[in-house]
Design a protein. Structure first.
Length: 160
């Protein structure tokens, strides 16, 4: 059983979603906040999704390939995933999800740490591994690499 997200977590999620959704109006890519699940590659074709070890519910994901979407969520790798860290989920987000998203080929992965007001941005490199993270604070603006012109204002994301 997972902990209920805090008010701060929900405010951060809402602001990130708002900024991204405003940018994506009229574009092919779509942004989805949790709860919206993603099935990274199933281990066996006949295996049920609910039995898979590769089903996740990222806080925010962007999907640019509409063929990956169905009524239940996303099947395959999202283009971008954001996880907002709770103390109860930090280990899973920073290790298990990081490794799965990297293996699945997620192009950009954000770890958002509300208490520290820090965002770590990992980009998938040519060797199919996440490179060293770029680190940002609440004073920064961050450009999402998969789009030209989408900059996230972290001052608004972390405002209280």
């Amino acid at each position: 059983m997972q902990a209920t997200p805090s008010r701060l977590h929900q405010e951060i999620l809402s602001e990130l979603h708002r900024q991204i959704a405003n940018y994506l109006v009229g574009k092919t890519c779509k942004v989805y906040p949790a709860p919206f699940h993603v099935v990274l590659n199933l281990e066996q074709e006949n295996q049920k999704e609910e039995d898979s070890q590769n089903v996740f519910e990222p806080d925010i994901m962007i999907v640019c390939d509409p063929t990956k979407l169905d009524d239940r969520g996303c099947k395959g790798s999202p283009d971008l995933v954001m996880e907002i860290i709770l103390s109860s989920t930090a280990r899973k987000d920073k290790i298990e999800k990081f490794n799965k998203y990297e293996q699945a080929g997620v192009k950009e992965f954000w770890l958002v740490e509300p208490q520290e007001k820090i965002v770590s941005v990992f980009m998938l490199q040519d060797n199919h591994r996440f490179g060293r993270p770029e680190l940002f604070t609440d004073e920064d603006q961050v450009t999402i690499s998969i789009f030209k012109g989408l900059t996230i204002d972290l001052k608004m994301v972390f405002s209280e």
